[in-house]
Ligand binder design. Structure first.
Ligand SMILES: CC(C)(COP(=O)(O)OP(=O)(O)OC[C@H]1O[C@@H](n2cnc3c(N)ncnc32)[C@H](O)[C@@H]1OP(=O)(O)O)[C@@H](O)C(=O)NCCC(=O)NCCS
Length: 193
């Protein structure tokens, strides 16, 4: 039985030591384009480098992703550097199943800003939203097996590697393998102490 929560607003603080997270706004096009059109960013994603039109469509979707009300909804948050106000990436939280209270996390950080712990820092906020605001039971993260940075972020977030699916998908002209990570609500609260 799904636990009922008031999903009309988030109570988790969206600010961390170095970052704050906020919903996307129309003015975010240039920042979004700069990484969605970057070959290094899309190497292990399902989609290829995006044109201006494709980024405009992606931004429209992100503008609508302000809350999760039901299955299939996506919460989409831009990651901003406190110090400069620069948009350096984004996170999504996607409710896969209302019945199983299971959501999936996804993330991108611009290559100019990678390796500084930003994905891990912002990821903790997303997990807190998932468990403490939405009351989800389980959050998963999936990545191509060669995407070492992504797998590392999922592990640093305290997620357990549960599967290594070998050549389970045909992507970008080759068989790709998938690592599946997950964390449960009780594990999140136990880790918090
Ligand atoms: C995955 C991604 C979001 C990580 O962002 P980030 O801000 O650099 O992440 P963090 O700094 O929090 O952590 C990255 C970790 O991966 C490690 N890492 C990154 N690239 C690596 C590589 N090629 N080999 C080994 N380790 C690597 C870093 O050393 C760091 O671990 P550490 O703290 O133990 O040193 C970023 O690389 C990205 O946007 N990639 C392209 C989009 C993508 O693949 N998203 C994930 C889809 S599943």
């Amino acid at each position: 039985m799904a636990r009922r929560r008031d999903r009309s607003r988030l109570t988790t603080p969206l600010e961390t030591e170095r970052l704050f997270l906020r919903p996307f706004v129309e003015g975010d096009f240039d920042a979004l384009f700069s990484y969605q059109s970057h070959p290094d960013v899309v190497r292990w994603l399902y989609w290829d480098v995006r044109s201006e039109d494709q980024v405009a469509k992606s931004l429209q979707e992100k503008l609508l992703g302000t809350e999760i009300r039901g299955e299939g909804d996506v919460l989409s948050l831009a990651v901003i550097l406190n110090e400069t106000g620069e948009l350096v990436g984004d996170f999504v939280l996607h409710l896969l199943s209302e019945e199983h209270r299971t959501a999936e996390i996804g993330f991108i950080v611009h290559p100019d800003h990678q390796g500084r712990g930003y994905a891990t820092e912002a990821g903790r906020v997303l997990l807190r939203i998932a468990f403490e605001d939405y009351g989800f039971h389980r959050v998963i993260g999936r990545t191509e097996a060669r995407n070492t940075g992504s797998a590392r972020v999922l592990a640093k977030l305290g997620m357990r590697r549960e599967a290594h699916l070998v050549e389970n998908e045909w992507v970008k002209g080759e068989w790709q393998s998938e690592l599946a990570y997950a964390i449960l609500e009780r594990e999140w609260f136990a880790a918090k102490g």
